[in-house]
Design a protein around this ligand. Sequence first.
Ligand code: NAP
Length: 313
Amino acid sequence: MKNTTAKIALGTWAWGDTSDGQVFGDQLTAADLQPVVDDAMAAGLNVWDTAYAYGAGESEKMLGTLLQKYPRDSYQLSTKFTPQMAGNGANEVADMLAGSLQRLGTDYIDIYWIHNPADVEKWTPGLIPLLQSGKVKRVGVSNHNLAQIKRADEILATAGFHVSAVQNHFSLLYRSSEEAGILDYCRDHDIDFFAYMVLEQGVLSGRYDVQHPLPAGSMRAQVYNQVLPQVEDLTAGLTKVGAKYDASAAEVATAYALAKGTTPIIGVTKPKYIASELKAASLTLTPADLTDLETLAAATHVDTKGSWEAPMV
Ligand SMILES: NC(=O)c1ccc[n+]([C@@H]2O[C@H](COP(=O)([O-])OP(=O)(O)OC[C@H]3O[C@@H](n4cnc5c(N)ncnc54)[C@H](OP(=O)(O)O)[C@@H]3O)[C@@H](O)[C@H]2O)c1
């Protein structure tokens, strides 16, 4: 990835769980998360992904508070403009950014994303003045298909800028961006591809199965508990491959995304996961490992496309 040595970025969607909106069912406090931040920073995992949309600002506030004790140039912030949360004002992109800057306690964002392609023509130009002012260092597009990525790049190019990163769902169970040629396009055009939901919100960690389902009442339980029987052979395969390298299923699933040339964004909820992400970053899977895992993944016949996503092909 450009501008950083971290091979893995850290995601904070779960940090925005509120009592009235449980995506993960974790209800994490500052006391739970400060050790996650401290261990990550000590380990050199210093790229943090968030969004105003995560808990309507709660994730950004938590992240900003926990990072305050670190110099601003010791970490990178990645946050998002979410079209569906914009109003009707003249400067909606700048206004949403201003709120994020305030919650994160900073005056610039390293990577500012358009969260989805709700209206590429309408929203992409709003990034140009933010790049020109220096409040945004790089622009990325998320959940965009190949044509939309190219169109966003054309719009930015009118002012001499480019799409420098793409952030899409990519995991063993969801390879739509690979099938659509987006991974190849990014590699060929020096665009960083950030893979989100590499662990399918915990399902590919091997910690959850029919006897141990995802937390009751959470959105992830509603989506994934019904497919746990179908993914058992895959998680067993991840555990088996991991045994060769003294690694966990989660670490192998993350190493898979790294082997595909992506920068995984892993949602971190516990301090012990930091050492685990480092272990994942150190693994080199063989071509046979990749083929075996892809065969098991295909045999699940599970479609994990998020409700907010459109197919890439
Ligand atoms: N652009 C977009 O539209 C979009 C959409 C989705 C996500 N994202 C970004 O991508 C990030 C990652 O996605 P995600 O958080 O939804 O899902 P994820 O990374 O696939 O899964 C996160 C879950 O995996 C478990 N986990 C993490 N590290 C682990 C480890 N080393 N060993 C075992 N289990 C581990 C944790 O589960 P437990 O909490 O149960 O322990 C955690 O909550 C988000 O936080 C967000 O920043 C972006």
